[in-house]
Design a protein around this ligand. Structure first.
Ligand SMILES: *Cc1c(COP(=O)(O)O)cnc(C)c1O
Length: 415
């Protein structure tokens, strides 16, 4: 069981709303920092650990900067994400550039920043060499194919477009060595939002065993192994959060059993967690403005799927509470809907909730939980919808607007 919390009382939230009209995302800086510290502490069993925060989960410099202060780097997959990292003060090998179908300009920018480039395909060795030159360090993204079962969001690795096969991975390290590359890393990313510790430990085992084979067959000793992202968060009340200490200890046991005897004990462990870092510490706050009773009861809110697409896209569950009615009986069954002309624009379907008051000025404030990753980031402008802004709640209770709401002018600017 997971308890869903929100850092502000109804009164405090109303004060925030009087300054920043709904809808908005709000993130809890203190909770994000504490979580980052817990991750670092758990993984301190590995001497050279770093999490490259997946920028796509929360592409806001204020967040990337505060995570940099906690020792995190950045995981980027596009030119814009590289620029975002740069402007947030994350550069050099603290950036992992895990891209695919990459244009040469992006490789050149990654080279300029000194990022660790993580190649997605064998043909990109030559492409990179010709267009940006081979750097001193390179990482290879491995796709374990039939060795590993994926999960619902990312799918079956055999069908996934990412990475090198096992044979190609071995061949690639031999080739890179011949071409004068000096330092090497191995990466995989096979799951998304996976809560089972054993699944992630098993991914580690596959990579560690491959690292040993790489050493035996090519003489390459890996400098680090990047286990990717994909650690889940408990969206549903009945979900259990991943226990970081248990996960790190499980990985360490396999590392010691597989890597140490092969004299690979010096290899660092890297991760690219996004969702697990910020997901539970962000909320979408929206006001209930309309009600509609037809075949079902609908509550219309001032946010839409343009602000948070996960429920529409994956049928994802996001817990919803009503400010000030946290302990009220769940007396009604509603679909909570946004204003987009798509019937999938529903934050909740047939959800048991307290009776909700609707009004454009004084309607209930709904808090949509676990929206701190892949939330605002996945927003869009279909139907002329303007994406909402983002607020950061600091430890002293003060609030900074870290992204304003969009205006029609933002859309017209590209005409
Ligand atoms: C999306 C992604 C991540 C982050 O995934 P989370 O589920 O947010 O942890 C990390 N690495 C790569 C390559 C990704 O595509």
């Amino acid at each position: 069981m997971t308890k869903k919390t929100f850092p502000l009382s109804k009164k405090e939230l109303e004060a925030v709303v009087s300054r920043f009209p709904t809808p908005f995302y709000i993130y809890d800086e203190k909770a994000i920092r504490e979580n980052a510290r817990r991750i670092n502490a758990a993984f301190s069993v590995f001497p050279n650990y770093i999490n490259h925060f997946a920028v796509k989960a929360m592409p806001n410099p204020a967040i990337i900067r505060l995570l940099r202060e906690e020792g995190f780097g950045a995981d980027c997959s596009s030119l814009t994400e590289l620029l975002l990292s740069e402007m947030s003060g994350v550069t050099g090998e603290n950036i992992m550039f895990t891209s695919n179908e990459t244009p040469s300009a992006e490789y050149r920018k990654a080279r300029e920043l000194g990022a660790v480039i993580n190649l997605d395909d064998f043909t990109h060795i030559e492409f990179l060499e010709k267009t940006a030159g081979l750097p001193e360090i390179l990482s290879i993204r491995y796709n374990p194919g039939p060795l590993k079962l994926g999960n619902a969001i990312i799918g079956n690795p055999v069908e996934a477009k990412y990475g090198f096969t096992r044979e190609q991975t071995l061949e690639a390290f031999a080739l890179l060595k011949k071409k004068g590359v000096k330092r090497f890393a191995l990466h995989t990313m096979v799951a998304s939002n996976e809560l089972k510790t054993a699944y992630h430990v098993e991914t580690g085992r596959i990579l560690f065993e491959l690292a040993v084979e790489i050493k035996q067959k090519t003489g390459v000793s890996l400098e680090f192994i990047n286990l990717g992202g994909g650690v889940g968060i408990p969206y549903k009340l009945e979900d259990e959060a991943v226990n970081y200490e248990e996960l790190a200890a499980g990985l360490k046991a396999v590392f010691d059993a597989v890597m140490v005897p092969a004299r690979l004990a010096g290899a660092g462990i890297h991760t690219e967690w996004g969702r697990a870092v910020t997901g539970p510490y962000g909320w979408l706050v929206t006001r209930a403005i309309h009600r509609k009773n037809i075949y079902r009861k609908y509550i219309g809110v001032d946010a839409s799927m343009a602000d948070l697409i996960r429920p529409a896209m994956y049928g994802a569950y996001h817990h919803i509470t009503v400010a000030g009615k946290e302990d009220a009986p769940l007396a009604e069954v509603y679909d909570v809907v946004g204003s987009l002309c798509e019937n999938c624009d529903k934050f909740a379907v047939q959800r048991h909730l307290p009776a909700i008051e609707t009004d454009e000025v004084s309607g209930d404030l709904l808090i949509i939980h676990d929206a701190g990753a892949h939330g605002r980031a996945m927003g869009f402008n279909y139907n002329g919808k303007l994406r909402c802004g983002e607020l950061l709640l600091h430890a002293d209770g003060s609030i900074t607007q870290i992204r304003r709401k969009e205006t029609p002018g933002d859309i017209f600017a590209t005409f």
